[in-house]
Design a protein around this ligand. Structure first.
Ligand code: ADP
Ligand code: MG
Length: 505
């Protein structure tokens, strides 16, 4: 009996020992894995870093590229497109105008009435719809017929108070957020599609004519009287309310900027035929490229797998269409290199399955247990992860969005530098913090990424202050505007009916 007891006790001790050993080994393994993850995170942070010195180099590079793009056609990756807009709205416009805005994710239709004073601007109707994904790789006929049918429904709502009863055609501005080589204020040909659009055989087509054709086929009483880039619409809206507005930037599905340039600086255009001495230039900054951009393996893979590889490198780092996919790629790589996310989720391998609005929801999740993060990860096929892994996901969102916002700030500062409004007195001279020297400068900003993502805005503001310095940054007003691109295009069309000059440059 005694012997049996001794054997049993010894066996129990051996089992206990083995269990303890297994547990210790597991813990060591877990710690080792976590250390690997911490290493991966550190690598990630380093490769996404945008120190101030690097941002300043980017500011210089943008100003230089702007200049090169103004000197000759094809002189820079920045196309610096002419817009034929030399006359921005100022509040005195009158009449009823329409705008149809084709964005990267949404299209909008609006009707505005202008009574000759800023305060009398009335947005009488506005509709906002998602663009059906089936349109993205359809045909020109399908796309424009869809837009014309949406316009038809919009004007049918007007009923008896319809403008057509006044025996004039409805005047419509077509706000178009893809690169176009304008040939006049009312015409221009598509250079290329971006932001996931891939409608074949449209490059070189006159976009305004395409819409007018579809509208005419339906017998609608609409004249497509202006073709306006979305940034130019936003600038028009900004200028309407505040004449100090000299540039506009869109941070939506994609990203782009425009600004007011002196015509004598647009060297590639021999005969700009403006009365004001200035013209709005559409930078198409999404295509900006510099060796100073912090390009990571994630950016390279995203670009290689995109419909427009080797193109729109800047947009792919800051556009709302792409931030979610960068975050997804990072989570996927981490889940492949460690098992902290559990078995590799096939959903997570699907391009664009993680949208940027989910990134902001996770980033700004203020619940102690990060419930929002848990819910979104669950949708991505990652059902149960501990809190520290959820915190890691928030950190990834932070790293990606902070880089985007700081690059965006460098872009804006590049424009200010080109215009001599960044506080530097000039080549080779000292920086001036003399407030007398600095004019108030307003930059209109529009787009779903900017308006819905607080952390993006905060990081961008912080970086602007870092780059420009507090004194100069105080003179630079970033003005957010909702639906500015659409409303502004209608205002621009209205103002094109009266000739005035821009005296603000
Ligand atoms: P469009 O690009 O069609 O003109 P918007 O300017 O409204 O449309 O931008 C839409 C884009 O904004 C979305 O594709 C998305 O990338 C981004 N976005 C929208 N909502 C959010 C959000 N809550 N957080 C972060 N990004 C958002
Ligand atoms: Mg837009």
């Amino acid at each position: 009996m005694g012997r049996v007891l001794v054997i049993l006790t010894a066996a129990a001790a051996v089992v206990a020992c083995s269990v303890a050993t297994v547990m210790v080994r597991r813990r060591i393994k877990r710690r080792r894995k976590w250390r690997k993850v911490v290493g991966l995170l550190k690598e990630l942070e380093e490769s996404f870093e945008t120190p101030l010195g690097r941002l300043r180099q980017m500011v210089d590079a943008i100003a230089v590229e702007m200049q090169a793009g103004l000197v000759s056609e094809g002189g820079s990756k920045l196309k610096m497109l002419l817009t034929f807009v030399d006359d921005l709205p100022n509040g005195s416009e009158r009449g009823t105008y329409y705008a149809l805005h084709l964005g990267g994710s949404y299209f909008r239709i609006i009707r505005v009435h202008l009574g000759g004073q800023r305060s009398s601007l009335e947005v009488q109707d506005i509709e906002r719809h998602s663009i059906p994904t089936s349109l993205l790789n359809s045909t020109s006929e399908v796309l424009f017929d869809f837009l014309a049918s949406s316009l038809q429904r919009f004007i049918e709502k007007e009923g008896h108070e319809s403008i057509s009863s006044q025996d004039v055609k409805r005047e419509l501005a077509f706000t178009f957020s893809f690169p176009v080589k304008q040939t006049s204020l009312s015409s221009g040909v598509l250079i290329k599609w971006t932001k996931g659009f891939a409608i074949s055989e449209m490059a070189g087509e006159d976009i305004a004519e395409c819409l007018q054709g579809a509208v005419d086929r339906r017998g609608l009483d609409i004249h497509v009287a202006a073709l306006v880039n979305d940034t130019v619409g936003a600038l028009s809206y900004g200028h309407y309310h505040d004449p100090d507005t000299i540039a506009a930037v869109v941070f939506g599905t994609g990203s782009n900027a425009c600004y007011l340039e002196r015509t004598d600086a647009i060297i590639k255009c021999q005969n700009p035929r403006t009365t004001s001495g200035s013209m709005v230039v559409n930078m198409e900054w999404g295509n900006f490229w510099s060796s100073r951009l912090p390009r990571t393996s994630y950016d390279i893979e995203l670009d290689a797998e995109s419909l427009n590889s080797n193109d729109m490198g800047f947009e792919k780092m800051i556009g709302g269409m792409y931030l979610g996919d960068i975050v997804r790629r990072i989570i996927l790589r981490m889940s492949q290199e460690s098992d902290i996310f559990g078995p590799i989720s096939s959903i997570l391998s699907t391009p664009f399955v993680l949208r940027t609005n989910s990134v902001s929801a996770m980033h700004e999740d203020d619940t102690p247990e990060l419930h929002e993060v848990a819910t979104i990860l669950k949708h991505l096929g990652v059902p149960k992860v501990p809190l520290k892994v959820r915190k890691l996901v928030v950190k990834i969102c932070d790293v990606v969005t902070r880089r985007a916002a700081r690059l965006a700030a460098a872009g804006i500062s590049g424009i200010l530098k080109k215009l001599g409004r960044d506080g530097s007195v000039g080549e080779g001279r000292r920086r001036s913090s003399d407030k007398q020297m600095m004019r108030r400068t307003v930059v209109a900003v529009e787009g779903g990424l900017y308006s819905n993502y607080r952390m993006f805005r905060e990081y961008m503001d912080e970086a602007l202050r870092d780059i420009l310095g507090e004194d100069v940054a105080r003179q630079v007003v970033i003005k957010a505007m909702e639906d500015g691109s659409s409303i502004g295009s209608a205002l621009l069309l209205a103002s094109s009916h009266s000739v005035r000059t821009i005296s603000n440059i």
